[in-house]
Design a protein around this ligand. Structure first.
Ligand code: FPP
Length: 232
């Protein structure tokens, strides 16, 4: 495939509607959504994508009913335990980014263990955004930069310097952002990092978004003309 994006990011949306359409609880959609995570991770590795990032849980998602929040955290824990071997076999480095202070001690420990185990994997990096929001990220970066550099240092900062304080420091900005389920909004995701990202919106609900849909989004991206505000 030509013109493969280096970094693909996905807002996985539509699990609840998928479950409702089947007369099931919302969590049933999240369980099915984990299969889509696996399928898209495989498809990304196969296509030669270097970074795949997933918006798994936003800062705002803490306001969902407690039972749903708990089940999502359990699913994350189960996925971490179930996928160790697959990640290692496929050379996938696992990274979690977000407001980790809000996660339970046991989940944080499991995340740290998997991040350490896969730290040397170099084929692709899978980033899971957990308890993340773009505004939170920008704000924590401002506070960290101010504490480290002081007012004069902050005044002298460039955009590149500032990006080094975001939780995504060192990770290239997404080339392609996919949002499923027909919604067309950014929902407080990677606000700074998506300055020049190409967006692809799919009507398919996340539990139905598998390899063919992922590959179709890469094809759409391959046909885009990126100008970064310049004239070609
Ligand atoms: C959006 O659907 C989906 C989520 C908020 C959760 C995504 C989580 C997973 C797929 C499971 C765990 C992830 C990993 C990385 C193992 P929604 O509930 O907002 O659906 P709706 O818009 O139809 O209500």
């Amino acid at each position: 495939m030509n013109n493969v994006p280096q970094h693909v990011s996905i807002i996985m949306d539509g699990n609840g509607r998928w479950a409702k359409a089947r007369g099931k609880e919302r969590v049933y959609g999240h369980v099915a959504g984990v299969e889509s995570v696996r399928a898209c991770t495989e498809a990304a590795v196969e296509a030669g994508v270097k970074y795949l990032s997933l918006y798994a849980f936003s800062e705002e998602n803490w306001n969902r009913p407690e039972a749903e929040v708990n089940r999502l955290m359990e699913l994350m824990m189960e996925a971490i335990h179930n996928e160790v071997k697959t990640l290692l076999d496929n050379g996938v480095r696992f990274v979690v980014l977000g407001n980790r202070a809000r996660l339970s001690a046991s989940l944080n420990a499991a995340i740290d263990a998997l991040m350490e185990k896969t730290a040397a994997c170099a084929r692709m990096t899978l980033i899971v955004f957990l308890s993340y929001s773009g505004q939170w990220d920008i704000l924590q970066a401002v506070k960290k930069a101010a504490a480290e550099k002081g007012p004069e240092g902050v005044q002298a900062m460039t955009a590149d310097d500032f990006a080094g304080y975001l939780v995504t420091a060192g990770i290239p900005d997404p080339d392609l952002l996919i949002r499923t389920s027909g919604e067309q909004r950014i929902s407080n995701y990677l606000l700074w990092q998506c300055a020049y990202t190409e967006f692809v919106f799919s009507d398919v609900l996340w539990p139905d978004f598998r390899k063919p849909e992922f590959r179709a989004a890469l094809e759409t991206y391959a046909g885009r003309d990126r100008r970064y505000g310049k004239v070609k």
